[in-house]
Design a protein around this ligand. Structure first.
Ligand code: TZP
Ligand code: MG
Length: 211
């Protein structure tokens, strides 16, 4: 089951990935993407092992961004792959059938390629401008996202779409109304003064059921 709220970790507010993950789990997230940039392989593996323990304690799923071998070593629930990362089909061979494999799409062409590769979900964005990611692709807005979702209906493609990029609480209802399965959020949650309230508000705008 693909959750409707994907929490993305960051080092922010003087807190480590693992500290932020624990706070997010306590505040109600059940799907955590560990997104570590600019660390050594050893540092990443050690963070991933700790993140796994925290997620296990809170019964949250752990998805590793970019690093298929790390996902395999820590027995993560899945991996999220951008366009510069390993091809989803290769990741599937390494990880086997069970783990979730998600991919990033910025265009309709990306969606078609990821559908062909049989990913389990697609992160589609950026919805808005965001400082969280470098080298951002052009912003899609609600119009761009809706156009892509309409193409998916026409082509009979059924893959959960998770909108990403600069998402605020007030965007979530419109995104789910446009046909997105859910949302992926980093800074809104990581910088929130009251994570429980923020996460409750986000979840309130999303349907209960999973895909
Ligand atoms: N990919 C596209 S936008 C983005 C990623 C990883 C960052 C999302 O973070 P935020 O802080 O919710 O904009
Ligand atoms: Mg990546």
């Amino acid at each position: 089951m693909i959750s409707r709220l994907h929490y993305i970790s960051q080092e922010t507010n003087g807190k480590s990935h693992v500290e932020n993950i624990e706070e997010a789990c306590k505040a109600g997230v059940d799907w955590v993407q560990l997104r570590v940039k600019n660390k050594t392989d050893d540092e990443l593996l050690s963070i991933a092992k700790e993140a796994k323990e925290v997620c296990k304690k809170h019964k949250a799923k752990l998805i590793i961004n970019d690093h298929v071998q790390v996902a395999k070593k820590v027995k993560a629930h899945g991996v999220h792959l951008g366009k510069q990362d390993m091809a989803p089909k290769e990741a599937r061979e390494i990880l086997g059938d069970r783990p979730y494999i998600g991919g990033t799409a910025n265009t309709w062409e990306d969606i078609q390629r990821l559908a062909e590769a049989k990913v389990d979900y697609i992160g589609l964005g950026p919805f808005r401008h965001t400082e969280t990611k470098d080298n951002l692709s052009p912003v899609l807005g609600i119009k761009g996202i809706s156009a892509i979702l309409n193409n998916m209906i026409i082509e009979d493609l059924h893959i959960p779409i998770i909108a990403i990029g600069g998402i605020q609480v007030e965007d979530v209802f419109d995104l789910q109304l446009s046909g997105c399965h859910g949302v992926a959020i980093a800074s809104l949650i990581n910088t929130s003064e009251d994570k429980k309230e923020t996460i409750t508000e986000i979840k309130y705008c999303l349907p209960d059921g999973d895909f």
